[in-house]
Design a protein around this ligand. Sequence first.
Ligand code: BDP
Length: 633
Amino acid sequence: MLAAAVAFATDGSQLWLQYDAPAPEATPELTARAELRAAGLGDPTVIVSDTFAALRPGGFIIAGDTIKASSGIGALYGAFHMIRRGGEGTFNPAYQLRALNHWDNLDGTIERGYAGSSIWLWDELPDSVSPRYRQYARANASIGINATVLNNVNASPAILSHDYLVKVAAIAGQLRPYGIRTFLAVNFASPMVLDSLPTADPLDPAVIAWWQAKADEIYALIPDFGGFLVKANSEGQPGPCDFGRTHAEGANMLAQALAAHGGTVMWRAFVYSPSDADRAKQAYLEFQPLDGQFDPNVIVQIKNGPIDFQPREPYSPLFDGMHSTARMVEFQITQEYLGQSNHMAYLAPMWSEFFNSVEPSSLQAIAGVSNIGDSANWTAHPLAQANWYAFGRLAWDPGLSPETIVREWLAQTFGNDPRGVAEMMLASREAVVDYMMPLGLHHIFAFGHHYGPEPWCEIEGARPDWLPPYYHRADSIGLGFDRSASGSDAAAQYREPWASAFGDINRCPEELLLWFHHVPWDHRMRSGMTLWDELCHRYQRGLEAVAGFRRTWDEARQSIDPKTHADVAARLATQEKDARWWRDACLLYFGQFSGMPLPDGIQPNHTLEELKAVDLGISNFECPSPELLDSLR
Ligand code: BDP
């Protein structure tokens, strides 16, 4: 055990590929062979031929120690499959487009990134090409990711300037040998900002011509360019609605510019205008009427839930309402709302939960908002590497179980399966839900940073749907947002049997009860407890789970290299303190409304006044340091 642990590069930079990377080869097929040799697997037979009828692009067959594929990239995927000892069979990807979305800004910062700065060194490009680009491409190829959007959806128009496109081409050149196509997030007003056009109206001939010329320019530099990702008319971004046009008209105009080159538009459905409609209903209200109006090379990219990457959400009803439109899901790998890089939250269970409600084959593609930055181990929290890994594996096969994936990851990363660690990771996301927002509570974060609790937050003049009381609706009667027929009726946006189940307080899954109902404090839960007692119990359970994770991690000490072990142990200590902070803040605050006492055995460590005084004083985009957190509570 210890021997395997010692082989682990203790800075985490090798990720789950714990052997020295082979030198780049001329073709993916040669790279496949080089990887197999480097991993100590010798010289298995690799046959690349387009006669394997059972294979889709990227697919491969493993029979004995032979890899059969219909392309060099398929052979490379097959080699990585063999290296992770994935077993024999025929393996085809569920989706042809498996994309990472980087929310990286051109100044090197990362929106909602908690692992350092961007790995894209724009100032040095194109003359100097960091070795990290290739390492990144190789890691992605090892888990089947084949597309990447380099820049933030809140896109700077400058990314489409010729100077930047030359830099983008240099990155694309590093990614190409690993089968990864480069995409860019684009700002809809680019023609106005870059070339002073008087409008960005998608039906204006000069605008259409501008985008066509831009597409031609891009493809001259990057022949396999993937296409555009667009956030339009959302959170202040420009879009077609500014010119009286629809999302479909905007998306199709861009799609037509890319069509001749084989490019794709991923058009995001993350919209919520400042209207009276329940925010959870808005994307559906805006996009569903456009069903069937999008061009064939447009894919509507929908966040997994209707609000915004909360620890638990129901699936977005748009997945039920747009059957004549190509759709893809967007997951968030970076933990904006799940403790950032301080907390352990293995996210595969959350993503599998989504696929239990939304049939994977009804989607055309999948995207994940990346959690990587320039920190030595890529993700800051050593165990957050598992989320990058799991995203890739689920993008390839959404039917894989979270347990299979975590065991694969542990075996490759630590050279063994440390006792209890898989179980700990599998339980971690539910623990976060319990100590942050159990029973369907959502969006009760502090206004500024999405890290700690602030259910009391009221800010004069702020949009109500940016504030916690909009979501939790605590009053003397009960807790939760009534989205049944007596309330906003968001439940009715779902297909049956979900619409009826969500809309009925007695049939709604308890995990989502407060998402869909305003529930009286003395409502009897399935456990026999009142809502209030159940709520207290869940917060306590979440805290105790984290205390248990710390014990498990301590016991795994012998199987993990000391540096990584200490790093994770310190983060778990912070997580436990944060869990206590969440429990105390929420129970003391909601207790003012329920008027009911805390059950026996639940003893707050703080007072509400103390917690209300906590002000992290950090910007929206930083993860608070443990020292800062300790000094404040
Ligand atoms: C929210 C983030 C914000 C993003 C936005 C989006 O807080 O930083 O720009 O989503 O997805 O979760 O566009």
